[in-house]
Design a protein around this ligand. Structure first.
Ligand code: AHR
Length: 515
């Protein structure tokens, strides 16, 4: 029998930013997805699709990255401000999107969304067809409180209060579509952007060195899917940073997709048992990538030269994953670019990935799922008037209980099944005396009883399970609640352990109170 033992040893706080999201002008993520425009017959709040916003309000993503992705590296922010009927039409050829971009959803609309759903904005800067000056002006436009011309322009467009954007990504995937840079070439360019980035914190000269500037400048991290290249990218990036003086740098942004494009029989909604385990195993790989990249950052920083003079500062750089998720074979009938259906299999990989992030909360600062609506590992799909919550949405919703919780060490005894995928995954955290335990049961066909025990006394509060009648199940406009969480039965307690009935292909969250 599979066993999970939860110790009461707290080993790190789970930053909410691990549950971030990513919105890009790609396919129908924005146009037609979250943004329908004020004149739409679809219910909307100032142009934002009402039901999508309501779903996101419930999820309260702590961080949202925008406007891309690859799109960011051709985006000129001025195209997306001012009266909407005066905004220029541009062309979006991003990943086969091929639509006229009317720029109805720009900086103010994105900020309005973030405010509504309680998310911190992450703006990604155009380092390919843009300029340093363009970035500086965007930052000034967004963040300057004083009466500069750019602040006045923002006010004239409806937002007197600065947007206070802290997260700024400098370029996107600069090793590929973002410029085909070498690490050294990228760093040479990054130095200019980071150095020119304005300061918005007002301090006296006396406090200048001690007051914390909230800005997070994020450099392009490696392609997580290329085992050799990703090591080279990060090593050479830090070697280049170590040369002479160091620019401001707070994090690097790694991208990792769980590619599933080489097996024609796997059409996202029809797959066999081998496909099931292969995709689950693929999701597990990200943990070793996090360990490897964390170590490379630490090693790279250790090579920085000793700073002479009075302004010596200790350098630190966080690891962020700005894009992650399953990337299945293209569906020839997909309604828009990179649109893919999401089954309970995607829910399991989403849960496995978030558990890896939680477990590595000392190594990973933030992460954004790609993407929020209608693209890749989507949390929400739209179909005409309908807004559909995917099984992955429900995982994020169930897992909210871990935000700001303390990670608890778990010992898991389980049998390996196919492709090295354990039958049972577990994770636990504690917040205000409540212990939340995730149990992922990866067997595609068979239910199982799992023994759950704790280092001390607990009482059961509640549990929810996400599963369905079939491992191929997904939600659609016709059947929107086929895969959604339902209360799990109260587990039996035999005096030592709780007996958890885990359905096949399920994700559950059990909650207990310490007594
Ligand atoms: O998320 C889709 C695309 O994947 C992004 O635009 C790009 O950054 C990545 O290659």
């Amino acid at each position: 029998m599979d066993k999970i033992f939860v110790s009461f040893q707290q080993s790190g706080q789970i930053q909410p930013e691990l549950h971030g999201q990513f919105l890009e002008h790609l396919g129908t993520c924005i146009d037609g997805g979250i943004w329908v425009g004020e004149d739409s017959t679809i219910a909307n709040d100032q142009g934002l699709r009402h039901e999508v916003v309501a779903a996101l309000e419930r999820l309260a993503p702590p961080l949202v990255r925008w406007p891309g992705g690859c799109f960011a590296d051709t985006y000129h922010w001025r195209d997306g401000i001012g009266p909407r009927d005066k905004r220029p039409a541009t062309y979006n050829a991003n990943f086969g999107t091929h639509t006229i971009e009317k720029n109805g959803f720009g900086t103010h609309e994105f900020m309005a969304l973030c405010r509504r759903i309680g998310a911190k904005p992450w703006l990604n800067v155009n380092m390919l067809s843009g300029t340093v000056a363009e970035m500086v002006e965007w930052a000034e436009y967004c963040n300057r409180d004083e009466g500069t011309a750019l602040a006045a322009e923002r006010k004239a467009h409806g937002d007197a209060t600065p947007f206070a954007v802290d997260y700024w990504g400098i370029g996107n995937e600069s090793w590929a579509g973002g410029g085909n840079y070498t690490p050294e070439g990228y760093v040479a360019e990054y130095r200019k952007y980071a150095t020119a980035f304005p300061g918005f914190v007002k301090t006296s000269m006396k406090d200048w060195m001690t007051v914390k500037d909230p800005t997070v400048l994020i450099a392009v991290g490696p392609d997580g899917n290329k085992p050799l290249e990703r090591v080279q990218w990060t090593k050479r990036l830090f070697k280049a940073f170590a040369d002479f003086r160091q620019p401001r740098l707070h994090a690097i942004d790694l991208h990792f997709y769980n590619w599933n494009i080489e097996t024609p029989q796997d059409t996202v909604t029809t797959f066999n048992e081998a496909d099931w385990y292969r995709v689950l195993a693929g999701a597990m790989e990200i943990e070793s990538v996090i360990h490897e990249q964390y170590r490379l950052i630490e090693d790279g920083l250790a090579e920085y030269p000793v700073v002479e003079g009075p302004f010596a500062q200790k350098h630190h750089c966080d690891l962020i994953i700005g894009e992650w998720g399953n990337w299945h074979s293209l569906d020839p009938n997909a309604p828009s670019a990179l649109w893919q259906q999401s089954t309970i299999r995607d829910a399991l990989t989403t849960a496995i990935t978030l558990d890896i992030f939680h477990r590595n909360c000392d190594k990973l600062k933030a992460a954004c799922v790609a993407q929020t609506v209608n693209v890749l590992n989507a949390l929400i799909l739209t179909d005409g008037e309908a807004t559909i919550l995917t099984p992955s949405y429900h995982v994020f919703d169930l897992y909210k209980v871990h935000r700001n919780g303390q990670r608890l060490d778990c010992d898991i005894q389980t049998a390996p099944s196919q492709a090295g995928v354990p039958e049972t995954f577990g994770f636990a955290s504690e917040k205000a005396g409540i212990i939340s335990v995730n149990i992922i049961h990866a067997d595609m066909r068979l239910a199982k009883t799992i023994e759950l025990s704790f280092a001390g006394h607990v009482e059961f509060i509640a549990a929810q399970t996400l599963h369905s009648d079939s491992p191929l199940a997904f939600n659609s406009a016709e059947n929107p609640n086929r895969v959604c969480p339902r209360p799990a039965q109260t587990p039996e307690f035999d005096g030592e352990k709780w007996l958890i009935e885990a359905p096949a292909a399920s994700v559950s969250v059990y909650q207990f109170r310490r007594v």
